[in-house]
Ligand binder design. Structure first.
Ligand code: GDP
Length: 290
């Protein structure tokens, strides 16, 4: 079963439905409440949880389970379909030359994700380069260089320069022999105007094929504003969720995906360059409901 990692209370509620061929309103409302609880605990945006649970409730009451399907399996299928509908498949990342711009707040995991993605592309037979334009965070240059080194990929940065836009321009030139360019940008503690101005300028110089928003799995309800602002300024094509090796479930990513009408590209699952996975909806949904 797709959802076999369900949280214990949801599993308990569902097991009570075992053997029933039809669900009455009380059954459905109990399941929907458990699902709401799980999604809210996973930091999914409140209004999104409400929309989802309304859709699940309506379908569970209106749709007849197909012959041979138990009511329990039917409701599970509906839950799964509604979540897949929202989250979608992973962002398409073609294995071809391209430029990827990473955006996000400071500490979200951009620099780490840049090196991880470069490592991932190199394992797929491409020749990636990381371009570090973060002149704001002390240590960003050294960290990016070390990680690119560990990933065994090309790297460009300039610890003495203070103009990120110029670094981006120089970096693309200096790494012209690479086929995939991953451009890391500076974050801030919050969405300040200068951050937005800066990333817009970098975006126009770099002209990326894809812009990915990097979000810490623990972002919670703050994901909405962040996603909106980055999407308005540079257009977000996909989301990278980091720190999924921790306890946070990453529900903020759902909010971001919904807000930007995009999808999830990669998951970060640790601190080393190999700790990266392509997004896959089944596992993520089980985690959200677990
Ligand atoms: P940036 O400011 O957005 O560039 O963020 P960094 O890449 O520097 O990451 C901030 C912190 O989060 C660093 O200590 C990273 O090692 C850590 N980090 C990033 N991604 C992950 C992840 O997937 N799992 C864990 N456990 N830590 C991560």
């Amino acid at each position: 079963m797709v959802l076999d990692n369900l949280g214990s209370s949801l599993r308990g509620t569902l097991s009570k439905l075992q053997g029933k061929s039809r669900l009455d309103e009380d059954d459905v409302s109990e399941v929907v409440k458990e699902i709401q609880r799980s999604l809210l605990q996973a930091d999914v945006d409140v209004s999104l949880v409400m929309d989802l649970s309304d859709a699940i409730e309506t379908r569970a009451l209106e749709e007849e389970p197909p012959a041979g399907t138990s009511a329990r399996d039917h409701v599970l299928k509906i839950v799964y379909e509604e979540l897949v509908d929202l989250i979608g498949e992973s962002t398409e990342i073609p294995l071809e030359p391209q430029t990827i711009l990473l955006a996000g707040l400071q500490g979200s995991g951009k620099t780490t994700s840049a090196a991880k993605m470069a490592w991932w592309f190199s394992k797929k037979g491409l020749r990636p380069a990381v371009i570090q334009t973060d002149t704001f965070r002390p240590g960003a240059y050294d960290q990016a260089e070390q990680m690119a080194d560990r990933a065994e990929v090309s790297f460009y940065g300039d610890p003495d320069a203070d103009d990120p836009v110029q670094i981006a321009r120089d970096g693309l030139e200096a790494t012209a022999d690479a086929d995939v360019h991953i451009v890391d940008t500076a974050g801030r503690h919050a969405l300040e105007d200068d951050l937005i101005d800066e990333i817009e300028e970098i975006d126009s110089v770099v002209d990326p094929d894809r812009s990915l928003l990097v979000l810490d799995a623990a972002i919670g309800q703050g994901a909405k504003d962040q996603a909106r602002q980055f999407d308005d300024s540079i257009g977000i094509d996909g989301v990278v969720i980091t720190k999924l090796d921790g306890t946070a479930k990453g529900g903020g990513a759902l909010t971001a995906v919904n807000e930007t009408e995009s999808s999830i590209a990669f998951l970060g699952t640790g601190e080393t360059v190999q700790d990266i996975e392509r997004f896959e909806p089944n596992g993520f949904i089980s985690r959200l409901l677990g």
